[in-house]
Design a binder for this molecule. Structure first.
Ligand code: CA
Length: 275
């Protein structure tokens, strides 16, 4: 059975006062959520997205991983909408979400915003996600190069976030992950600060714990202007094991999650749907 061996790091960085990134790293799920919004709402959005996605996918018995992820994203949106309705000063809060889920045989990714997932296979780094940003659109249209995008004044303009306003349309795709692959899921506090070549160097460190640490240190050495989160996951073979994992960043304070009791695991809903 496919599963992840993982190491994860998150850091507030050198400029920000608090960490609005959240993450969840476990044997079957790797996710990063990067929150935005004033008055502490960014961390509420990211922690809620991380919590809801991990809780909703855990133990799912639905073999259609794309639907499992789509339902989880829709639940996050509902929770954020309810959270804004309850406290209107949270209006405008939102988060990115990049989540890779495996059920032991297949793997799939859901992606919204400008966090990233990379694949290191046979020493070659490739990006699994496409930034949902204005500058990426310009790159795709051939208007600017990837290098120019890094320095573009509007590089922080995100075209889609997960929030309580707009019904989310995540990029959803199955991933062809193989034993020996290494995956990185990270917030833009890493990918904005550190060039791909350096990311590949750090990620090639055989010890994944050392790799995760090296990535965060590289972001800090480059200025650490943003919260930085890096999850390094090796695709491994092994028996199914219990679905546990580590909460990261803002999610480490469970009190910032909007309404944990409102979320049931996908398993109970799927099985209810079959009744
Ligand atoms: Ca960020």
């Amino acid at each position: 059975m496919l599963r992840f061996g993982y190491a994860a790091r998150t850091h507030t960085g050198l400029v920000r006062d608090n960490n609005e990134d959240s993450g969840f790293a476990g044997p079957y799920l790797q996710l990063v959520a990067d929150g935005v919004g004033g008055a502490a709402a960014g961390e509420v959005a990211s922690a809620t997205a991380a919590y809801v996605t991990s809780a909703a996918t855990m133990g799912s018995s639905d073999p259609n991983l794309l639907e499992v992820l789509a339902r989880a994203v829709a639940k996050v949106h509902e929770q954020l909408r309810a959270g804004v309705a309850a406290e209107p000063e949270r209006k405008g809060m939102g988060t990115t979400l990049t989540a890779i889920l495996t059920d032991g045989s297949q793997a799939a990714i859901a992606h919204l915003g400008d966090s990233r997932a990379y694949l290191l296979r046979d020493g070659e780094l490739s990006q699994l996600t496409r930034d949902q940003t204005f500058v990426q659109m310009l790159v795709d249209e051939g208007e600017i190069t990837r290098e120019q995008a890094r320095r573009h004044p509007q590089r922080n303009v995100v075209l889609q976030a997960l929030d309580g306003d707009v019904v989310p349309a995540p990029d959803l795709q199955l991933l062809d992950l193989r034993l020996g692959d290494r995956v990185l899921v990270c917030s833009d506090g890493l990918s904005d600060m550190v060039e791909d070549d350096r990311v590949a160097e750090c990620l090639a460190e055989p010890d994944r714990d050392a790799a995760a640490e090296a990535l965060v240190q590289a972001a800090l050495a480059a200025g650490g202007r943003d919260n930085v989160t890096a999850l390094v996951a090796d695709v491994e073979d092994g028996p199914l094991i219990s679905r546990d994992g580590a909460p990261l960043g803002a999610l480490q304070d469970p009190h910032v999650v909007l309404d944990p009791a409102a979320v049931r695991s996908d398993r109970s809903e799927h099985e209810t749907a079959l009744d």
